[in-house]
Design a protein. Structure first.
Lengths: 312, 448
């Protein structure tokens, strides 16, 4: 999951900046300690990344051996003129823009409410977190049944109140939002747990002090809880943006990117191009561009966190 | 906040001991070969001193069950061969894995391939050519196969695959609903519908009974819209591609005629398309629909439901008889070093499975193996044998490196067609998008 990796990079960069100023004597034993991690990091992250960049300069095919003919920047120039790729990129961005606000605000709301519950809190924590542990394939089956027109779960409800079915899966203008709904229900638990942890770190003394000063419940939430959760909110937002930019499973499994490609995200385009069209080189160029976009977002997050840290 | 001291009933040491005991148990079970759990986890096949035959297919549902029954018949007849069958997800995921397995030099010994995929696997030499002598040595002759499928199994004059069946797009009809609409003849069958107007007429009569006139799914399934279009367009005598996919010859007049007809079905509310494959089956099974346009492979579902239905070739509305179809075929993926002994085992296995074609035909497919197709037992198999003539005029996907079952072409053309069937696009817009996609596909660098 992205959370542990993100927090793991922080201390490392902090240590690096420290090394620049203080220069402690080199202790080679430390390398031994990080080796297991480093090996996997190089093998499964750096290695494939370099391979991807190399492939992006060749007309590599899935079904022919070798790298194929050298393409230079051909794949990249073709990519910039490929409207299908950019429409897929737009779906990914639109999905991110639409899914991030509810996935930041709703868990915050629910976490604050659940944190107030004195008895049986475990039940609500479990209820919110449970969908998150389900695999995407199970989610897809459940929601296909819910959305299915005619005999689906909510189609029946819509028919009951006499409203037409909104074409959850068949209307090109609706399909992506159907997926947003699925995703909110599915992944809300993760952000919810992060907020809950953040809430429990706020010292009770602050609430005591503020109520002595006459602050109402509402004022406490608005002026105390939410500002104190600032760092958690930043973390949740950026993890969410990165997760949303990587959307693939639920769209592929529920809609295959349809109807008429109206919901196909960038990663599915990359998958289709590499594995159905068998143009691995071209798809590598696209995945490198997506990588750069996600990298930029991550750097923005780092900058935000730095500013917050220096502000405190 | 106060830290709560959480103690569960299970101590760490207790857990580890238990886990170790469980692990040891699994290993023992694996060695003893009593339970599949152990061998599944350790990855061992369990068999010693046996020749193994690795067989990949993409058959699930009813097809999968029939194939397993056929495999079991083979295992019974050849107990010294360890047949390892692997089922993978249909469509692009299957073909991706197959390509990569062949590329990496560790392919299965035998695999199922759609006949229409021969133009992707043939050119880069990923399949082992099968000589007619070798074929004959294993009890198979060209005259034993449906001629159309067998001739299409060649690339560059070489036989690259052995057809098992022809599986066309057909018309299912609910006999109860159709009778109510007055469409059946005295013998209780639906007489062939021979023109677009006759079809519209029949569907309107069905609509009057309050039923859904025809179901044809679109959601998450671009192949079905493609099959509908290509069936009708082939009837009109249209061609889509020429010169192995380098040329686009989609005829605007013919295509527009077909697209306008489909559009009319949607706009008049005669066709229900807002369903996925499972949904379409469910609507027909529930007895809510008069006709159902789909591949023949759902027949067992409706038989199991004991509903009143029958099947016939997809009606020839636009001229000559034609219906989109494909064939499951057996292939011998190319290996780095030839292994004549393995090839022989594989061909024997293929011959044995062909002999089981009656089981296969129960699933709806028209057997390519003529000794079975011409047998009395197959003729008695109803409604499966109603549409066996389609094997002689089946419209296979146009040859190209980007066409075939589950391919880019089916997806890129199926998606706009789905929009048309849902009433969300005009015939003109659909045609434009189709032709645009075809030009994009044909201009991509040839990856094979």
């Amino acid at each position: 999951m992205s959370a542990p990796t993100a927090s793991a990079t922080l201390p490392r960069t902090a240590a690096a900046s420290q090394a620049k100023t203080a220069r402690p004597p080199r202790n080679w034993g430390n390398f031994g300690l990080v080796t297991p991690f480093l090996v996997f990091y190089i093998l499964f992250l750096i290695g494939p990344l370099i391979y991807d960049v190399v492939l992006s300069f060749f007309n590599t095919s899935l079904v022919k051996g070798g790298l194929g003919s050298f393409a230079g920047f051909g794949n990249y120039t073709e990519l910039f003129r490929d409207h299908q790729f950019w429409s897929a990129m737009w779906h990914t961005i639109l999905f991110t823009l639409v899914s991030t606000p509810p996935l930041v605000i709703l868990p915050l709301f629910f976490a604050i409410v659940v944190n107030r519950i004195k008895h049986g809190q475990w039940f609500f924590r479990l209820a919110f977190f449970l969908p998150y542990i389900l695999p995407s394939a199970a989610i897809a089956l459940v929601w296909l049944f819910i959305y299915e027109p005619g005999y689906g779960l909510i189609a029946g409800f819509f028919n009951l109140i006499g409203a037409g079915d909104p074409g959850w899966l068949s209307d090109p203008n609706v399909a992506l939002y159907s997926i947003v709904l699925v995703t909110v229900w599915w992944t809300i638990g993760f952000n919810f747990v992060l907020y809950l942890a953040g809430l429990q770190e706020i010292s009770p003394e602050l609430y005591e002090a503020s109520s002595l000063d006459g602050a109402s419940r509402w004022q406490q939430t608005w002026r105390l809880t939410i500002p104190m959760l600032g760092r958690t909110t930043t973390l949740v937002t950026v993890l969410q943006v990165i997760a949303s930019l990587k959307v693939f499973d639920q769209i592929y499994l529920i809609l295959q990117g349809g109807p008429n490609y109206a919901s196909r995200p960038a990663i599915e385009w990359i998958y289709d191009t590499a594995f159905t069209s068998q143009r691995v080189g071209y798809a590598s160029a696209a995945s490198f561009i997506l990588f750069i976009v996600i990298l930029i977002v991550s750097f923005v997050w780092l900058a935000l966190v730095r500013r917050q840290e220096s502000g405190v | 906040m106060a830290h709560k001291d959480v103690r569960s009933g299970l101590s760490r040491r207790g857990f580890l001991t238990g886990a170790a005991a469980l692990g040891a148990g699994l290993v023992t079970a694996g060695c003893a070969g009593t339970y599949d759990v152990g061998s599944g986890i350790t990855g061992s096949s369990g068999g010693d001193n046996q020749s193994t035959l690795v067989y990949w297919n993409l058959l699930t549902g009813g097809d999968g069950a029939h194939m397993v029954a056929m495999e079991d018949a083979y295992r019974k007849a050849h107990p010294n061969i360890d047949l390892q069958s692997t089922i993978l997800a249909w469509g692009a995921p299957y073909y991706t894995k197959l390509s990569l397995a062949i590329r990496s030099g560790s392919p299965p010994d035998v695999a199922i391939m759609h006949l229409s995929r021969i133009h992707q696997y043939g050119p880069p030499g990923m399949l082992t050519p099968i000589s007619l002598d070798l074929l004959a040595a294993h009890g198979m002759e060209p005259k034993d196969f449906t001629s159309l499928a067998f001739s299409k199994a060649h690339y560059n004059g070489q036989l690259l695959c052995i057809p098992l069946d022809t599986h066309p797009f057909v018309q299912y009809y609910n006999t109860k609903v159709c009778k109510k609409a007055g469409l059946l003849d005295s013998s209780g069958t639906l007489p062939p519908i021979k023109s677009p107007d006759a079809m519209l007429d029949a569907l309107r009569k069905l609509k009057k009974t309050g039923a859904t006139p025809v179901v044809c799914d679109t959601i998450n399934d671009p192949a079905t819209p493609w099959r509908l279009f290509y069936s009708l367009y082939s009837q009109a005598g249209g061609q889509v591609l020429a010169d192995n996919g380098k040329d686009i010859v989609l005829d605007k007049t013919l295509a527009t005629k077909v697209l306008t007809f489909i559009h009319q079905l949607a706009s008049e509310g005669l066709m229900s398309s807002n369903v996925d494959a499972g949904g379409g089956t469910a609507v027909f099974q529930a007895g809510d629909a008069g006709l159902y346009w789909e591949g023949e492979w759902n027949v067992t579902v409706f038989q199991a439901a004991k509903m009143a239905f029958s099947m016939q070739p997809f009606p020839a509305l636009f001229g000559k008889a034609a219906a989109q179809a494909d064939s499951h075929t057996f292939i011998l993926p190319k290996r780095t070093t030839a292994d004549p002994e393995k090839t022989s085992i594989a061909l024997t296995m293929i011959r044995t499975l062909l002999g089981q074609s009656l089981t296969w035909a129960e699933g709806g497919h028209i057997p390519a193996w003529l000794p079975i197709r011409d047998s009395a037992a197959y003729k008695k198999l109803k409604p499966q044998s109603n549409y066996q003539e389609v094997a002689s005029y089946a419209a296979y996907d146009p040859p190209a490196w980007y066409s075939g079952s589950g391919s880019d072409m089916e997806n890129y053309l199926g998606e706009p067609l789905a929009s048309l069937m849902l009433g969300a696009a005009s015939p003109q817009a659909t045609y434009d998008q189709m032709i645009g996609s075809l030009h994009t596909l044909s201009k991509e660098p040839v990856p094979v």
